[in-house]
Design a protein around this ligand. Structure first.
Ligand SMILES: Cc1ncc(COP(=O)(O)O)c(C=O)c1O
Length: 345
């Protein structure tokens, strides 16, 4: 629950559905999605597939489940799955990959948001030569959270896809990337065989993510979703919130980015060089709705902010993060800036 007077910048998952979204949810036509008979879910899946340029899509309760199912589908037994060291799938899914799929993760550097293609190419070549396990999948993330929400251009994604193995794109915030780069989500997803995006983050829906890809893989994905207990029934009630978000909340992400930019400027002034992703952003890889920075007393800073009614989170120990979203306006950012300005060094 959002307490009155508190500006909650911990995450873009904290949004409340708007009145219009709640109305869309309340009036959704629903059915049993386990039988494929929920019109709102079917519509959401079709709309998402269309936006990311894939033939099919499946609604899942969370982004984590979408990523894990993508791994199950494409990370074959005894293979390596190349993944950025700090991607969500590697570092923030409670070790799920080790329980959920038959491949092993092969982590390469992803400082600045992009997987190290030289290290990835080495893994692919070693796999082809029979020295190392073959690489069955390469995972990318866009925007890349752990580098401070940088948006990665389609060309850089294509370079990873050119390595050969299929690509899974964790696009939890793909629409933020598309808006920041002024391109279509479809362009950013083109190099990927499967793409996952969340409607429950910056887009402001209460629940859910989608996994899109070729029809045969998505048909198999539905089996994995059942095995994981993720098949839902009259899910149209929540899917309608996602559909509303895709129809009404994509363009407004630019406002979140502008607000994060204001916060970022203050952080850069107070703690020069501390912001993650600064160098890459300066060379043209844009920031989006995240401001993440190193601080020697991160917990102390969070306490100070909390005392002034501003909530921020930790991206990792010693790294403070702010995430702008639908429930944060310009006046809230003014308050956050004042709180940062009065913070001890
Ligand atoms: C980049 C990224 N991928 C995947 C996820 C997982 O989404 P969920 O929290 O819905 O499981 C998140 C969640 O924060 C994320 O930031």
């Amino acid at each position: 629950m959002v307490s009155r007077g508190v500006v909650d910048l911990r995450s873009d998952t904290l949004t409340q559905p708007t009145d219009a979204m709640r109305q869309a949810m309340a009036s959704a036509q629903v059915g049993d999605d386990r039988y494929g008979e929920d019109p709102a879910v079917n519509q959401l899946e079709e709309r998402f597939a269309d936006l990311v340029g894939k033939p099919s899509a499946m609604y899942v309760p969370s982004g984590t489940m979408g990523n894990q199912i993508a791994l199950r589908l494409q990370g074959t037994v005894g293979s390596n799955v190349v993944v950025g060291r700090r991607q969500h799938l590697m570092s923030y899914e409670s070790g799920a990959a080790g329980m959920n799929n038959a491949s092993q993760l092969y982590a390469v550097d992803d400082a600045g948001g992009v997987v190290d293609t030289v290290a990835a190419a080495e893994a692919v070549a070693a796999g082809q030569g029979g020295f190392w396990p073959p690489v069955s999948l390469v995972c990318l993330e866009n925007t890349h959270l752990a580098s401070g929400g940088l948006a990665i251009e389609a060309g850089e994604m294509a370079a990873a896809a050119a390595l050969g193995p299929p690509v899974h794109l964790d696009g939890a915030r793909l629409f933020n990337a598309a808006v920041a780069l002024d391109t279509a989500a479809e362009e950013l997803a083109r190099a990927a065989t499967t793409v996952m995006s969340c409607v429950s983050k910056g887009l402001g829906a209460p629940v859910g993510s989608l996994l899109a890809g070729p029809p045969d893989l998505i048909a198999e994905a539905r089996l994995h979703r059942r095995r994981l207990g993720g098949a839902m029934r009259q899910a149209g009630v929540i899917a309608a919130g996602g559909l509303y978000a895709l129809d009404h909340h994509i363009d407004r992400l630019a406002d979140d980015h502008a607000r994060a930019r204001r916060l970022g400027e203050v952080v850069a002034e107070r703690w020069p060089g501390a912001r993650l992703g600064e160098a890459e952003a300066a060379s043209g890889r844009p920031f989006t709705n995240v401001v993440a920075f190193r601080h020697l007393d991160a917990l102390g800073l969070l306490d100070h902010l909390h005392g002034t009614g501003i909530r921020a989170g930790l991206l990792a120990p010693g790294i403070v993060r702010f995430v702008t979203h639908l429930d944060v306006d310009d006046a809230d950012i003014d308050r956050a800036i004042a709180a940062l300005s009065s913070a001890p060094d």
